[in-house]
Design a protein around this ligand. Sequence first.
Ligand code: ZN
Ligand code: ZN
Ligand code: ZN
Length: 747
Amino acid sequence: MGFRPFIYRLAVRNGLAGYVRNRGDAGVEILLEGDAQNIAYFMSDLTAEKPPLAQIYSISKAELSGKIQYQNFTIYKSSQEAETSGSIIPPDIAICDQCLAELRDPKDHRFEYFFITCTNCGPRFTIIERLPYDRENTTMKGFPLCGFCLKEYEDPANRRFHAQTVACPTCGPKAYLTTNTGESVQTNDQVRLAGKLLSEGNVLAIKGYGGFHIAASTLREKPLQVLRATKHRREKPFAIMAKGLEAAKGFAEVGSKEQELLTSPARPVVLLNKSSSYKLSPLVAPHLHNVGVMLPYTGLHYMLFDQVEDPAFVMTSANPPNQPIVKDNEQALKTLGNTVDYFLFHNRQIAHRCDDSVMRVHGSRQVFLRRSRGYAPAPIRLKQKSKRCVVSIGGELNNTSCVLFEDKAFISQHIGDVENIETRGFLKEATNHLQHLTNCKGETVACDLHPKFTTTILAKELAEADGSPLVQVQHHHAHAAALMAEHGLDEAVSVVCDGYGYGADGEAWGGEVLFCTRESVEFKRLGHLEAQPLLGGDLASRYPVRVAAGMLSKTGLNVEEWLTKNSQHLPYGETEAKLILTQLKKGSGILETTSCGRVLDAVAALLGVCFERTYEGESAMKLESRALFGNAILMLEPQVQGNILGTSCLLRAIYDNLGRVSPADLAYSAHAYLAKGLASLAVKKALELGTKNVGFTGGAACNQILSQLMRETVEKAGLRFLAHEAVPAGDGGVSFGQAVVAGFSKF
Ligand SMILES: [Zn+2]
Ligand SMILES: [Zn+2]
Ligand SMILES: [Zn+2]
């Protein structure tokens, strides 16, 4: 990140000779010759003035004896031998302020050049084909530098000295606008015309750093309706790109932490609460209190807004159902032509696809919903060094993979749901790339415990091919291990809540209290939520009326009336309701789950908040939105029997108070019951075991109300509460958890 040129400038300023060179392990080696006082100045300048993106983890110094060898200071080119283990590949970085100023300066050579970059900004991970990070190893290799750019590239005093992405209108990538069949649209202002087309109600596919976005107006219903119909996304919220921070503040609440994230070099999508002046179409984020917003991160994005009044555009990943984000021009024409009216292409290839990252803020703490562009594949630093190099390939949904090498865990970009061949191919490719970059051959392979997951099968193949041991890690154990590793802890009691994970006993788990230690592949299941019937298996996850009926009937309630009244929310109406009743009466052969997600689904159905789950976490998200405006009116003491927190009683209490207590208050009360019940159980166990750490992880840990109430309960008991800040709490963090279990446990 412009670190070597920075060193060069410091050395020259302090009158020192010698060299700086990259070492493959992502360190730099600096040799200095000169006056001791000047070297001391150099050292203090080094930490005081380092570039904003550079991170100095440690400095080791050694004094050399011998003759003076150097006349001046040189930046050595990366050598091939530097390609050793543990290299750090920088993530993509949003356009910096200086480049943005130049983009807008009519006197600048790069005035209005949409891919203006320098050593401090621009794409990295998505264009790097191999290391070392030199231009010929990136997809910029097809764009030889013109005389102007070359002069800057070779001038150590210039901000673009050795900037591998440096380009200008003469020599760099070009943008072009086409119709949905690929015929070029004649204009000399491609990008701004694209912005106008969006504003007028057209749907566009726009090529970014890590793939294509589908873009549309946030103010008009029509394009959003079309998009929802063709993308098979009836309700799933669309991420949007705001024109700027002020524009975002016009429709959403932006706290200081949110602002910091929005404007950070990573430029993630940040979930912001809709403000009272929210006037965007309700189709952007239906029935939710928040909306995912990012700010422009390339010159092209900024220019889209130049000639329109729109405060924001929809900017959602372009991926056909269950497939990875589209990255190649040809593929885009083929797969997106039916969805969009126009394409805004550019002619630089994307070496690695990378979706936008998604975050939210709990209090003042950041929470990753998806850790991808801007972060991946920068490693997570661990407190200890792993003795083994581990390759782990995660679970089945919202997946990532991970390579653990010594004290660095390289988590891949977001891969997605690994249920079809394209995404599986992407998983393999991304994992291979991480292995290649880190030179980690996978001495140990880790995966989920589920015998039938495609990732388990893939991991077995990998392990067999290399003759490596395979470590299968239970899903919730992986979540807990990820949380502990993030905090560098040896042991903790963790509450793990999500939708589904294959349990150690082969049952469906998802509301667990576990005790794990860093050194053991084993863990203790200390408690869990009451097992609830999943009437119809996967159908129950889709239609929560089924779960609610099953749970209510356990309390002795005759659910016939309620079920008949709500049969309109089942695809086959009353016929289906009757079938469910028959099944309930029979009572045998019904799958069960301890999932927290299914309890939230059932509450959402009971309150009429959500009757069909059309995207992952839908009812839980909508229920949280409803609960935000509620209070704990319904005070329920947690019902714990034999370390099992009852949930049927919760549902029954809500049922009995329907119409008497507002849905918002009931929704909040349900959150309070689950959070306090599970946290109290975990606290009790932690005190018994003599451990001070109680954590909360799993997809449900992204829920602000649950997380906050758990924190209060744990801290009130004088224990330390752990939450994720560096790794996703959801299944994007599972590969990391698997890797640390396989890397650190004794076996
Ligand atoms: Zn820049
Ligand atoms: Zn140029
Ligand atoms: Zn999970």
